[in-house]
Design a protein around this ligand. Structure first.
Ligand SMILES: Nc1ncnc2c1ncn2[C@@H]1O[C@H](COP(=O)(O)OP(=O)(O)O)[C@@H](O)[C@H]1O
Ligand SMILES: [Mg+2]
Length: 243
């Protein structure tokens, strides 16, 4: 579903991607870890089209999307759940998801309503469909990010720290949800929480200064000396191997 080749980008002297390459199938979840500033969100920016790489290629189901604008990629099936939920706070939960389906995926009014209802069901938000999005607690705001992403019927689902800031119990609920969703999409999940990645990812990739240092089984990568070393001296709450 996704092939990334030689992806490279710098902002001045800050290298956010240095020849990144990987492949992803439907039903697979690739976990991404790396210290703050490693280039994780930048990778999502380049995949979703809000930033352009300096060189390299991004292929979605065989189609070269490297230079397509974000709205075109959304319509081809690339959807993203943001690290910081950004709903329209005074609109209802349902209307937020409808808006994502209408403007993101270009669905008709009727299609968007159906897709939104289905997305709310799948993410456990049907019970709060008519509440203002701004009134939701954090776990539900994170669920809403997922609902907005899946309402557009994507092929590739980009999850940026959707479990970040949640309590341990809530992390379990988010893990269960992503685990249920995974079979229908190709998923990339950026997350600092090791248990979450171990439970859901098929592979984990480590980014550091824009370089892919390692890719392998969650257990093998999270317990590797490479990961231990790059997180030396970094507070444990941002340290996947100790979470
Ligand atoms: N639009 C931008 N302009 C300049 N620098 C940027 C921009 N976006 C990200 N950066 C820088 O690139 C580096 C990687 O950022 P980011 O991809 O957000 O890291 P991560 O998500 O891994 O914490 C950081 O040093 C950040 O300040
Ligand atoms: Mg980030």
């Amino acid at each position: 579903m996704l092939n990334v080749r030689g992806l490279t980008k710098a902002y001045g002297k800050i290298v956010v991607a240095d020849g990144i390459a990987f492949d992803l199938k439907v039903g697979e979840c690739l976990g991404v870890i790396g210290p703050n500033g490693a280039g994780k969100s930048s990778l999502f920016n380049m995949l979703s089209g809000t930033a352009m790489p300096d060189s390299g290629g991004i292929f979605l189901a065989g189609q070269d999307v490297t230079r397509l604008p974000a709205h075109a990629r959304a319509r081809l099936g690339i959807a993203r759940a943001f690290q910081i939920p950004q709903p329209f706070p005074s609109l209802s939960v349902l209307d937020n998801v409808r808006a994502a389906a209408t403007f993101g995926a270009g669905m008709s009014k009727l299609q968007a309503r159906e897709a939104a209802m289905a997305a709310l069901d799948r993410t456990g938000l049907a019970r709060v469909a008519h509440k203002p999005a701004g009134s939701l607690p954090l776990l539900d705001r994170k669920r809403l990010e997922l609902a907005k992403a899946i309402a557009s019927a994507p092929k590739l689902l980009l999850l940026d720290e959707v479990a970040g800031g949640l309590t341990e119990r809530e992390v379990h609920q988010m893990v269960d949800l992503v685990g249920e969703l995974k079979s229908a999409y190709a998923v990339i999940w950026i997350e600092h929480i090791a248990q979450a990645l171990k439970a859901v990812s098929d592979r984990v990739m480590v980014l550091h200064f824009g370089r892919k240092l390692l890719e392998g089984t969650p257990q093998g990568v999270l317990e590797s000396t490479v990961v231990q070393e790059i997180y030396m001296g970094i507070p444990t709450d941002a340290h996947p191997a100790s979470a």
